[in-house]
Design a protein around this ligand. Structure first.
Ligand code: C2E
Ligand code: CMP
Ligand code: CA
Ligand code: CA
Length: 389
């Protein structure tokens, strides 16, 4: 804590700022100086913070601060402020910069002679980092509109039993059919998963998957659909009720709705794991997606209610050339066998990859060798005409 006497100046406009202050007791005047006159901006007291702007936008002090009486201040250092700002959402950062810029502009206008005030550059901050945040918020708006306009579709990529070469099920993959093109999830899934839109979109995905599954069952009664579930979705308070009510509404058995989740779910803590267990107890099979690429603690695998693991494409694509990758995948397959887990290898693009994986014990496969993700009716046609491999 630092003490100031009445009329002490804490800092002056234009100084370099390296900390902000919280007032413990006393009173502070924030002011500008123009032609030896003070222009008061704000009178603040205990509990209030000042001097934060220079830390947030790394510019000089935008105004001066003076104690109006005996005053005690707590100092907040730059790191304390910046750590929080830098870890916040980029759109929040953008909004903050806009506000700071506006306050600085207003202060400058009060100081500038009238005719010069228009010279002050009001456009300079449309530079690249801000542009990214602007693009992000624009994409978020487009996602909302696309959902309202029913532009989202589920495509299906078949999952194949590598021994029999029969389709056993499919993974539902989200597509955005905009009027111009089909947009893959890589463009929007991160933004979607980190926004509140994931809940309504996720609910739509589950219902559409149930509707489509009824159709698949007409030509393949044991067909299993795998749905990608984000951590945000499974942690939503009504997730379990929702999926259960839909399973009943469409008279489906939970055993044909598989939930795919990445290892990231384990980092969400006890609550997420409890949810997984509840889903599993109700009969929904659980797949761990992108296995081996994230948080892979062998500890949890034995404790988790997992039915199968999906070996990530990044392994499969190197499997025929890279000895180290071969060793890792053989180890994963051995582990899965010992723990009684099924293995689905993802992203199989050629016969050599398939042969290698099959010979080492991967029961199931998925990839462009068999089929890309296709609309529901195309998959039904494929199954009816037995067009797979
Ligand atoms: P993922 O769950 O790992 O899905 C597999 C991705 O690999 C899909 O990309 C699929 O089209 C692609 N893929 C499959 N086989 C091959 C292959 O042989 N070669 C190559 N190069 N790629 C292959 P997609 O559809 O673009 O999905 C990307 C990611 O988006 C998914 O990764 C998943 O994390 C997420 N995602 C997709 N749909 C949903 C959804 O409905 N909900 C949620 N939460 N996430 C989804
Ligand atoms: P900083 O720019 O670091 O130093 C001056 C401080 O005065 C600033 O942070 C804000 O805390 C505060 N300040 C600047 N302009 C105004 C204003 N227009 N109204 C109220 N407070 C202000
Ligand atoms: Ca997946
Ligand atoms: Ca995957």
């Amino acid at each position: 804590m630092v003490r100031y006497k009445k009329n002490d100046v804490i800092f002056r406009q234009g100084d370099v700022g390296d900390c902000a202050y919280i007032i413990e007791s006393g009173q502070i005047l924030i002011y500008l100086t123009k032609d030896d006159n003070e222009i008061p901006l704000s009178l603040i007291g205990p509990g209030e913070i000042f001097g934060e702007m220079a830390l947030l936008d790394n510019q000089n002090r935008s105004a001066s601060a003076r104690a109006l009486e005996e005053t005690v201040l707590n100092m907040v250092n730059r790191e304390q402020v910046l750590e929080r700002v830098n870890s916040s959402d980029t759109i929040v950062q953008l909004l903050m910069r806009v506000l700071l810029k506006r306050i600085r502009n207003q202060n400058m206008k009060m100081l500038a002679p009238k005719k010069e005030s228009s010279l002050y550059d009001l456009t300079e901050w449309a530079s690249s980092p801000d542009q990214k945040a602007i693009d992000k918020i624009k994409l978020e708006i487009r996602i909302k509109e696309a959902f309202a306009n029913k532009e989202f579709r589920l495509y299906y990529q078949p999952i194949i039993d590598l021994k029999t070469r029969q389709i056993v099920g499919a993974e539902a993959l989200l597509r955005w059919e905009s009027p111009k093109e089909v947009i893959p999830p890589i463009v929007f899934i991160d933004l979607l998963e980190n926004s509140s839109m994931m809940i309504p979109v996720g609910e739509w995905i589950i219902e559409q998957a149930c509707i489509d599954l009824k159709e698949f069952h007409k030509c393949h009664p044991k067909f299993v659909s795998s749905i990608n579930i984000s951590a945000r979705q499974i942690l939503a308070p009504n997730f379990l009720d929702y999926i259960e009510s839909l399973t009943k509404k469409y008279s489906l058995s939970p055993s044909c709705l598989k939930l795919e989740m990445t290892e990231r779910i384990m980092m969400e803590g006890v609550l997420a794991i409890e949810m997984l267990k509840k889903c599993h107890n109700l009969g929904y099979p659980i797949s761990i997606d992108d296995f081996g690429t994230g948080f892979s603690s062998l500890q949890y695998i034995s404790q988790m209610p997992i039915d199968d693991i999906k070996i990530d494409r990044s392994f499969v694509m190197k499997i025929t050339q890279d000895l180290k990758t071969q060793a890792i995948v053989e180890t994963l397959l051995f582990m899965a066998r010992s723990l009684n887990l099924n293995v689905i290898s993802e992203g199989i693009e050629n016969q050599d990859e398939m042969n290698w994986l099959k010979s080492k014990g991967s029961q199931y496969g998925q990839g462009w060798l068999f089929s890309k993700a296709i609309p529901r009716n195309d998959l039904i046609t494929k199954m009816k005409t037995n067009l797979i491999i």
